[in-house]
Ligand binder design. Structure first.
Ligand code: NAD
Ligand code: UGA
Length: 340
């Protein structure tokens, strides 16, 4: 099968391509504006094209030549949602709509990466169900929700095409994937920027403070990136993965951000032999990310539909974070950039 991956050079894309190359079953083409995270990822069945999704001729032509389109293009860091909401909606909705239109025009299967964030604020459910949980957005003035709203509308349009019968699609809702090549490290005391793993690890490398946003009581479930890649394959290969929406997450890794900070400090100490001693500072969400940020407490995903495809998670919370920390410890040149 020919698989075209838009956003191939990002965290999920680079890991997915590594996984698909190892499988050796498909012909993969990846497009991205950057290939830094693809360094060393090579295979006879993989071709990378450096390009911008806004180059309509190029994107349309690539879709015409493939069997399946995987759409990973988006801004995915909460700081951007509050700093540049219009840019978020331009890329995460309007540019993604164009990809959908190319798929409709050429009648190609679309695998769309959405987000766990579409569930929004915590509801009365004890777990998020892909088919019947409510999607609850915060006020318009809290610009954080522009990301989830863009993704939600895209999901609704894709679903409507599926109902109409003119689109073959699958929607993936990722729950906090973590692993090698995740985001980027930041200098001591930085605010905003990357996602939580990168902030906490950067603090350990630099000795800077660990910020617990809004007290650190918020829950998240984290997913090993390799489990995320096998979930993609289960959805791709299985007939039951078509025209449906899937939570991709690990319900057994539910933890608070405060617990995560302590867990990562312990693991970092065990891996490096040097116990970190960061000051832990509680900070208001708007002071950390900017005006318009709002946090949420998430409940675990229900993954019954995904497990019915034969998928199961293999990595628990400690293994997920130990492996991701080890990746950076083994590459001191990455930390050197923030220490210089
Ligand atoms: P990422 O930022 O690492 O990857 C996105 C990639 O898209 C980047 O490599 C970027 O260069 C590329 N890109 C952006 N604009 C482009 C353009 N105009 N033309 C070509 N390429 C462009 O993010 P990620 O973590 O890999 O997330 C991928 C997708 O999964 C996103 O849609 C994100 O919203 C979704 N998602 C990810 C997670 C997670 O846990 N990582 C969770 C929920 C949702
Ligand atoms: C992110 C992004 O919105 C998307 O990539 C994606 O939709 C979603 O993850 C997901 O993976 O499903 P979020 O879950 O808030 O959203 O991810 P982080 O930015 O990693 O934040 C997680 C929690 O840690 C939040 O409560 C945040 O406030 C907190 N945090 C973050 C800290 O306490 N300290 C920090 O230094 C950074």
């Amino acid at each position: 099968m020919k698989i075209l991956i838009f956003g191939a050079g990002g965290f999920i894309g680079s890991n997915l391509i590594e996984h698909l190359i190892e499988q050796g079953e498909h012909e993969i083409t990846g497009l991205d504006v950057t290939d830094t995270k693809l360094a060393g990822i090579e295979g006879p069945n993989f071709k990378f094209i450096k390009g911008n999704i806004s180059e309509e001729g190029l994107a349309n032509e690539l879709v015409a030549e493939t069997d399946v389109v995987v759409d990973l293009i988006a801004y995915a860091n909460p700081s951007i949602y509050v700093e540049s909401p219009l840019e978020v909606v331009r890329l995460n909705f309007f540019e993604n709509m164009k990809i959908l239109e190319y798929c409709l025009h050429h009648q190609k299967r679309l695998i769309q990466y959405s987000t766990s964030e579409v569930y929004g604020k915590r509801t009365r459910d004890s777990e998020y169900h892909d088919d019947h949980s409510d999607l609850v957005m915060g006020p318009v003035q809290k610009q954080r929700w522009i990301y989830a709203s863009s993704k939600q509308l895209l999901e609704r349009i894709i679903y409507a095409h599926g109902m109409k019968g003119d689109l073959d699609y699958s929607i993936i809702r990722p729950f906090n994937f973590v692993g090698p090549r995740f985001d980027y490290l930041v200098p001591a005391g930085s605010k905003g920027g990357p996602r939580v793993f990168s902030h906490f690890l950067s603090a350990m490398f630099t000795g800077g403070p660990i910020y617990l946003v809004d007290g650190g009581g918020q829950h998240r479930c984290f997913t090993h990136i390799n489990d995320a890649s096998t979930a993609f394959s289960a959805i791709l290969e299985n007939g039951a993965g078509r025209n449906d929406i899937f939570n991709v997450g690990n319900p057994d890794t539910n933890t608070t951000m405060e617990n995560l900070a302590h867990l990562m400090q312990r693991l970092y100490g065990e891996i490096t032999g040097s116990a970190p001693n960061n000051e832990i500072i509680v900070i208001d969400g708007e002071d950390f990310y900017g005006k318009g940020y709002e946090d949420m407490d998430r409940v675990p995903p229900n993954v019954d539909k995904l497990t019915a495809l034969g998928w199961k998670q293999t990595k628990g919370l400690e293994a997920i974070f130990a492996e991701a920390i080890q990746y950076y410890v083994d590459r001191p040149e990455l930390a050197a950039e923030i220490l210089s």
